[in-house]
Structures are given as structure tokens and as C-alpha cells.
Design a protein around this ligand. Structure first.
Ligand code: ATP
Ligand code: PRP
Length: 208
């Protein structure tokens, strides 16, 4: 049995066509079902439905053989214990700094609100900027509006969320897409099945 970890949100939407081309369609619709383990149209493949940020953890510990996770989540998780063989090119966005529209650049110490604590820490340290990072779990855009932070570090796609809150994108930290990640032991023990799936995904992506 091959277990694939996916999150329910936008990654799932984009991953579904890829999985379907490999003959993997969940029997129950994850949007309607409360089940966390979903059988699929392939007897040898099941999906586990978890939070996006938990995908690397499940795969690292072998609770799932493989998973689909955003590069943002993988960077923040920061493990060398996963293979990351394939950029699936889905759920594309940018990890950026943002600040209130027209707010002047700050020369000294800055306060930054984000859920990407490690990535933000590294980014500002690499630039020699002293930054106090404030961990939030959501609604980052609110932080500069209520004086909690000078900047945020968050994902930007259309830019609508920033705009709606009087913020503007500043610096690009990294372009984000979702990646296929594989447990190292599973890659050895279930090599044939995993390689076949990898080949299938690569062919689908090449034909896009
Ligand atoms: P959790 O469920 O753990 O709170 P989440 O709410 O961030 O996670 P999603 O919004 O589904 O979950 O995002 C999952 C992944 O999709 C992110 O890690 C990122 O790689 C990508 N993503 C997030 N926001 C966007 C966006 N606006 N446009 C494109 N891709 C995005
Ligand atoms: C993500 C991200 C931004 C927004 C950016 O949030 O955290 O808030 O998308 O997209 P945009 O540039 O197209 O507006 P999401 O919709 O996933 O909400 P959540 O993180 O609060 O769950």
C-alpha cells in the first residue's frame, strides 16, 4: 500500500487532476467526507488528509510514504530527512515581505509578524537586518494595521488580500510551488511503486 499525504485546501484542488491521471481518485469526496483516510480507485494507494503544515511531518516519520507540500511549508519545516524529487508546479504564489502602502523603509530594528518564523528570521539575518519576529497563525495582514508589526512575511498570489488591507508587497523572498516529498525509507522499500508514480507525474507535467 502507498500512502499519500495531501491537504484539503488549494493544493488538493490543483493536485487532483495530477492524481487522477495516475488513476488515483478518492472514492469519497474529501470536501464532503469527514474521513481522514480515503480509499482510492487504485487498490494500492490511499490518501491521508491533513493540514498543509503537517505534510512534511507525516512523511518524515513514515506515517505517509509520500506527500504534496508547498515549498513555503517545506522551508519552514527545514528537514533534510525527506526526498524532494519533483516540483509539481501547482499552487504557485510568492513568499514576500509587505508593509502599509507608502510606509517608509525602517532603518533600525524591525518587527515582523508571520507564521514563517524560521524563514523570516533567516531572510532578515542574511540581510543584516535586526528583526523581532512575532509568530502568528493567521490574519497576518492585520498586524501592521494595529501596530503589532512593521512588516509581515506572507504568501502573495493576486495581491488582493494585501490591497484590501491597505498593504503593499515589498521584497520577494522566494517563489513558491508545491513539491512531491518522499520518505527516505519508503523510497528504498517501495521503490518500484514510487518510481512508477514519479514517472507518471513527470509525464503528465511534461505534457502540460
Ligand atoms: P493550514 O490548513 O495548515 O492552515 P493553509 O490555510 O495555509 O494551511 P492553504 O491555504 O490550502 O492552507 O495553503 C496551502 C498551501 O497552498 C500553502 O502552503 C502554499 O504553498 C499554497 N498557497 C497558499 N496561499 C496561496 C495562494 N493565495 N495562492 C496560491 N497558493 C497558495
Ligand atoms: C493566503 C495567504 C494570503 C492570501 C494571498 O491565504 O496567507 O492571505 O492567500 O492571496 P492573494 O494574494 O491572492 O490575495 P488563504 O487564502 O490561504 O487564507 P488563510 O491562510 O487565512 O487560510
Amino acid at each position: 500500500m502507498l500512502t499519500i499525504a495531501v491537504s484539503k485546501g488549494r493544493i488538493y484542488e490543483d493536485a487532483l487532476p495530477l492524481l487522477e491521471e495516475a488513476g488515483i481518485t478518492p472514492i469519497d469526496d474529501p470536501k464532503k467526507s469527514r474521513k481522514l483516510i480515503l480509499k482510492t480507485t487504485r487498490d494500492d494507494v490511499e490518501l491521508v488528509i491533513i493540514r498543509a503544515t503537517d505534510v512534511p511531518t507525516f512523511v518524515e516519520y513514515g506515517a505517509a510514504d509520500m506527500g504534496i507540500a508547498g515549498k513555503d511549508v517545506l522551508l519552514e519545516h527545514g528537514s533534510d530527512n525527506l526526498y524532494e524529487p519533483l516540483d509539481l508546479g501547482i499552487a504557485g504564489c510568492r513568499l514576500m515581505t509587505a508593509a502599509p502602502v507608502d510606509a517608509p523603509e525602517i532603518s533600525g530594528r524591525v518587527r515582523v509578524a508571520t507564521k514563517y518564523v524560521k524563514t523570516a528570521q533567516r531572510y532578515f539575518a542574511d540581510r543584516g537586518i535586526q528583526a523581532d519576529i512575532i509568530k502568528l497563525y493567521g490574519s497576518m495582514e492585520l498586524a501592521p494595521l494595529v501596530g503589532l508589526a512593521d512588516y509581515i512575511v506572507d504568501l502573495v498570489d493576486t495581491g488582493n488580500t494585501l490591497k484590501a488591507n491597505g498593504l503593499e508587497p515589498r521584497d520577494l523572498i522566494i517563489n513558491i510551488t508545491s513539491r512531491l516529498v518522499i520518505n527516505k525509507a519508503a523510497m528504498k522499500m517501495k521503490h518500484q511503486a514510487i518510481q512508477a508514480l514519479l514517472d507518471q507525474f513527470e509525464t503528465t507535467l511534461a505534457n502540460r
